[in-house]
Design a protein around this ligand. Structure first.
Ligand SMILES: NC(=O)c1ccc[n+]([C@@H]2O[C@H](COP(=O)([O-])OP(=O)(O)OC[C@H]3O[C@@H](n4cnc5c(N)ncnc54)[C@H](O)[C@@H]3O)[C@@H](O)[C@H]2O)c1
Length: 349
């Protein structure tokens, strides 16, 4: 079969680091077109990654849409929603960065467009593609199926992070101003007072990853029991699932450094996963499985791999199989729902 022809919207920092360089390495696809508003940047990136067609706006790529098998949207967060809504009407599979939109209402609008035009829509929760997460989920599913460690009593997601960017993971820059800001949708639900817009956006952007991981493992939407959101230090959220409790601890402790874990406690043991800062190439989550029935502790470490690379490969496979297996938009909307619930709980206090 001929190569999957991809269109990419946005060749900024994350477009290059997380997507373009990874799709470039995938032999099953070709980055056929790039829409990038900054001219010099567009030319530099197209030259380095041998991209045939370039466009100064997504609108020009749309005119050529019949040449593409899929589109990847990596623009500023507030522009992802409206651009996705336009592209969903064109019936080509779409991968966008997370969060899928700024509110539940906006996310549902995207779901409706995708349904109407029968378009595949995938959200970039790259951590779910970390090899350590994939392996730990396989073990977790077996633990649940066979009740090896009894019932779950608590799940805890913890992220205290600094910047987490890898200075050796280079990308092209042009010195041009990053001015484009339209079309955009507000990154907040209508009910949220304007003064909370920035902290809400930050929370949504950073911790939708943690919330999606909790959903990916449990398959459940929890109730939000308590939410203490303090932006600059620690935020703590208490969750209640049908048969166990959950805690989400998030915040910043230093400009550098990264401390992220996802822990599942059972009656007779635990599964403790340590996640790497995701922009470091070739860093993989590791985990420890403790079984108090057999009094054993096993450590699991994996060869170097990168969640962003795996995510790009998965999107190409999704296009080829005409089916999104993981990170469907219809699931991602649940994460935005939980984040809105967290903020409602916090503000009603
Ligand atoms: N998964 C993660 O952990 C993670 C980490 C960092 C950033 N991100 C996300 O990645 C996205 C992109 O971040 P970034 O830092 O690369 O942003 P950026 O602003 O540096 O890059 C976006 C680029 O898109 C171009 N652009 C925007 N709209 C366009 C249009 N309509 N036509 C042509 N060009 C257009 C801009 O010129 C810009 O160069 C954001 O949504 C951000 O939230 C995700």
């Amino acid at each position: 079969m001929s190569k999957v022809k991809l269109g990419i919207i946005g060749a900024g920092f994350n477009g290059q680091i997380a997507f373009i360089q990874n799709f470039y390495k995938n032999k099953k696809c070709e980055i056929y077109g790039l829409a990038e508003a900054r001219q010099k940047l567009r030319e530099k990136v197209a030259k380095k990654f041998k991209i045939k067609k370039t466009y100064s706006s997504h609108k020009d790529l749309i005119k050529d849409i019949n040449n593409f098998d899929g589109v990847v949207i990596v623009t500023k967060r507030d522009m992802i929603g409206p651009l996705t809504n336009e592209f969903l009407k064109l019936k080509k599979p779409i991968l966008t960065e997370k969060p899928m939109a700024g509110s539940v209402e906006q996310s549902i609008k995207l779901l409706r467009t995708a349904k109407k035009f029968r378009t595949m829509h995938k959200i970039g929760y790259n951590k779910i593609y970390d090899n350590g997460i994939i392996k730990s989920k396989i073990i977790f599913d077996k633990l649940i199926k066979h009740k090896t460690l009894g019932n779950i009593v608590l799940i805890k997601s913890h992220r205290l992070s600094g910047s987490g960017y890898d200075m050796n993971n280079k990308y092209l820059m042009s010195g041009e101003m990053n001015k484009l800001s339209k079309p955009n949708w507000p990154l907040k639900p209508k009910w949220l007072p304007k003064k909370y817009e920035k902290p809400y956006e930050k929370y949504l952007n950073l911790y939708c990853h943690n919330i999606s991981l909790m959903r990916h493992f449990t398959g459940e939407m929890p109730k939000v029991v308590n939410a203490d959101l303090s932006d600059s230090t620690m935020s703590i959220v208490n969750l209640k699932y049908k048969k166990f409790k959950g805690i989400l601890e998030t915040g910043f402790f230093t400009k550098k450094g990264w401390d992220e874990t996802f822990e599942i406690y059972f009656e007779f043991g635990s599964l403790k996963i340590k996640l790497p800062p995701q922009h470091y190439k070739n860093m993989t989550a590791s985990f420890i499985l403790n079984n108090r029935k057999s009094n054993t502790t096993k450590k699991f470490k994996f060869k170097n791999s990168w969640s962003f690379k795996n995510q790009c490969d998965a999107f190409i496979n999704d296009i080829l199989k005409k089916k999104i297996t993981t990170n469907k938009a219809i699931d991602a909307v649940k994460d935005v729902k939980i984040i809105e619930k967290i903020w409602k709980r916090y503000l009603n206090k």
